[in-house]
Design a protein around this ligand. Sequence first.
Ligand code: SF4
Length: 389
Amino acid sequence: MDFFIQRTGLRDIYDKVAAGERISDADALRLFESKDLNAVGAIADFARQRKVGNRASYIVNRYINYSNYCILSCQFCSFARKKRDADGFQYTTEEIVGKAREALNLGITELHIVGGLHPSLPFSYYTDMLKALKALDNRLQLKCFTAIEILHLAWLAKKSVLQTLIELKEAGLDSLTGGGAEIFRKEVRSAIARGKESAEEYLDVHRTWHKLGGRSTCTMLYGHVESLADRVDHLRRLRGLQDETRGFVGFVPLAYHPEDNDIPVAHPPTGFDSLRTIAVSRVYLDNFDHITAYWVGLGLKLAQVALSYGADDLHGTIIEEHIFHMAGATVPQLQTEANMLKAIREARRTPVQRNTFYEPIKILENAPTPELQENSARSKVLEDNLATA
Ligand code: SF4
């Protein structure tokens, strides 16, 4: 590895990382601009190994979008619909509980719930939904709402963000999702998500949540109109808030998908770009424990490779994904637990089933195990259910 790093002109950055020193914004930009992906990946892999050892995690979860109606029209978004659109939808609490009940039979530990900025649903819709889901199974972890949804709910209910979060927490909210960060720089934000909350507002919602004792993830949507320096700026702001609160449990870079929206990028993120983004994130975000390779955006094969470029998590089973698929993602809507275990084991990592907070539920040291066989059987049930749906 020494020769490898030496030859790339990245030796000084590797030395900093090896010494446990924080890299600068200029260092991060050099890593992004390096043509030697394997050297950047080797530095990230070193940082990952030191942070989490040989483990790689996944979660058994289900996505639910309660509605795709949205008052905004972010230019990059393929998901949102207006009330006049034939393919708009919104679920009742009973329908959401029904979906959750089915998924509980498949062993999920988390529901991940987001929607558009609905024009008229009352605040009680959201609190009733959380309460009903907790009543179904109190152990189910509810990871719900982006920062912009929280601002929208606060605005509709005429409450402060703090009071909104307190009431959602009391109703059963366990974690905020990381969506909506996009790219923080104002000019880019205006070009891709006009009208959306500012970077400061996004960060302030998470800050307020963290100060309440809550935890959340954060994201970065890359590969559209932003520059590499914009990515570094974005990571800098996340690292700064993490220094302040330590409330982020993981970072999830999201590869942009360009179909059926108003930002038709001719060359969406390549495998090279995704791997270097994950690698630079791992090295720069030295105060984050977990970096997720989001298989929905990358495909499971590239997400598996990303485990050697700084990532230590493959995200979840998901079961029903709409946001990326409406933007042209061609991967399946679900990932079986068996597939993720196989991907992790092939990458020579020890699989860990985690909860919402990236805490281990089950460590699968040896293969094949009774758990693996059980997981495979559960995955088979899941596949059969989807085949007949
Ligand atoms: S990205 Fe979110 S806020 Fe923007 S239009 Fe889509 S659903 Fe609405």
